[in-house]
Design a protein around this ligand. Structure first.
Ligand code: 5AD
Ligand code: SF4
Length: 435
């Protein structure tokens, strides 16, 4: 039996798909190179925007056609699914399951107690996604995640560290610590200094130590080996001074941060239930830059949130220009079922949303180019990801896409590249030497 997985959405979904693949392979399924060769199609969906759900309809149309030729073909839906869509898709798929139920999904895996305990089938041999927590308690008014992924759950630090240690032993060069909101990571670990005696010092009298994200980062950093640490996503309201320090101190942590601001207007931020003001966001960025001066910053922005006036959008433009982000993921507001913003009238026209997005994109292009030009003449470390024609393409420590000519097989390796050109999307350079 052959399986084929189609994944939409964020890195978390991609990471989940690695676990789905592993469950299937344990059950003796083999990966089909193309959808046409599959006996089982798994769709791992995303509900963040309407357009993401529409993509699933496209896949349904495709497998309906395939089912006319292959009567054995079974289809399964998982991922971030809203209640409303679950009913709609129930008729289209043979099975719908929650990702949390993955361990029980295939009966052959009776021993697997916990979803996170499933060893994933990593998509590549040098960069791995490590989920550290899942779910969200924040209930931003536009967002489906608290409904599709439930409340926050942090994975035990011991399991995370073991998984990473094992990957590094096998030559992995990069780990992504993933969660909907990594800053609210919290787990317990047994205190190695715990003593039952009466003469306890402060650090001895607790049986368990609480591990927050700043501490976890430090513990990952302490794992021996030559590798990079990246993490996403972060919420500004939970970004502690301790984490800022930890980021600066951990030499394996890379100078890249995605910190969504969503809107540059306090009233809209309130309606979004984001729990910070523009002033607080700016202050936070200042603190982060003070400790990590050359950090690459990216952000997420939603344009055309219900009631967003031209003036309020101008405030987003102002903040966007002021901070000078290297990258931004700009979305047009999409009303989503079950979210509280659904009650608000989606009164910014599609045309206006498109216009606002274009305005921000044009600013981004200019600023990103300016920022990238600063790398010209510099030598940067790059983790090579892929080959395209005569070029190798990878990411620098600062998460800049770097392209350089080479016919050597360097995929999955660290190399040094001298930057010769800058574009808005990234950098071009010349290979110097293998690290
Ligand atoms: N409409 C538009 N964009 C959204 N996002 C989340 N929900 C919506 C929505 N309903 C965006 C936010 C978030 C990113 C992952 O997707 O900017 O940070
Ligand atoms: Fe969604 Fe807000 Fe949670 Fe991010 S923090 S996943 S935007 S509810």
């Amino acid at each position: 039996m052959n399986y084929y997985i189609i994944t939409f959405g964020c890195q978390m979904n991609h990471s989940d798909s690695e676990r789905i693949a592993s469950v299937l392979e344990k059950a003796k399924y083999k990966k089909a190179p193309k959808i046409e060769g599959a006996d089982l199609i798994v769709v791992n969906m995303c509900s963040i925007r309407r357009s993401a759900v529409d993509k699933v309809h496209g896949v349904v149309a495709k497998f309906k056609k395939l089912q006319t030729k292959n009567y054995k073909l079974k289809t399964v839906l998982t991922g971030c699914i809203l209640k409303k869509d679950r009913k709609k898709f129930a008729e289209k798929f043979d099975l719908i399951f929650d990702i949390k139920d993955l361990p029980n999904w295939l009966k052959s895996l009776k021993n697997t107690k916990n979803y996170f305990k499933i060893k994933p089938k990593y998509q590549n041999k040098f960069s791995a996604c490590i989920p550290i927590m899942t779910g969200c308690n924040n209930f931003c008014s536009y967002c489906v995640v608290p409904y599709t992924r439930d409340r926050e759950f942090s994975r035990p630090a011991k399991d995370i560290l073991n998984e990473i240690r094992n990957l590094i032993k096998h030559g992995y060069k990069e780990v992504w610590l993933l969660g909907q909101n990594v800053n609210s990571y919290k787990s317990k670990i047994q205190n190695p200094n715990y003593s039952k005696s009466n003469l306890k010092s402060k650090c001895q009298n607790q049986k368990f130590k609480i591990i927050n994200f700043a501490k976890l980062l430090k513990m990952v950093n302490d794992i021996p080996g030559d590798f990079w640490i990246r993490f996403t996503s972060s919420h500004p309201k939970d970004f502690s001074a301790q984490l800022i320090n930890s980021m600066a101190k951990c030499e394996k942590n890379t100078p890249y941060l995605n910190l969504p601001f969503q809107s540059g207007d306090d009233k809209i931020l309130k309606k979004m239930n984001r729990n910070y003001t523009v002033k607080e966001y700016k202050k936070l960025i200042k603190k982060i830059r003070k400790k990590n001066p050359d950090i690459t910053l990216s952000t997420d922005i939603i344009v055309g949130f219900p009631g967003e006036t031209k003036k309020q959008f101008e405030n987003t433009v102002k903040l966007f220009k002021e901070i000078k982000f290297d990258m931004a993921y700009i979305s047009r507001y999409s009303p989503r079922p079950e979210t509280s913003a659904l009650k608000l009238k989606d009164n910014v026209s599609l045309r206006e949303k498109k216009k606002r997005k274009e305005i921000l994109n044009n600013i981004l292009k200019k600023i990103a180019l300016e920022k990238n030009k600063k790398y010209i003449g510099k030598i940067v470390n790059v983790l090579v990801e892929k080959q395209k024609n005569e070029f190798l393409i990878g990411k620098s420590r600062h998460y800049k896409t770097v392209k350089f000519e080479s016919n050597k097989n360097l995929i999955g390796k660290f190399v040094k590249v001298k930057i010769t050109d800058a574009l808005s999307w990234g950098l071009k350079g010349k290979l110097i030497q293998k690290k």
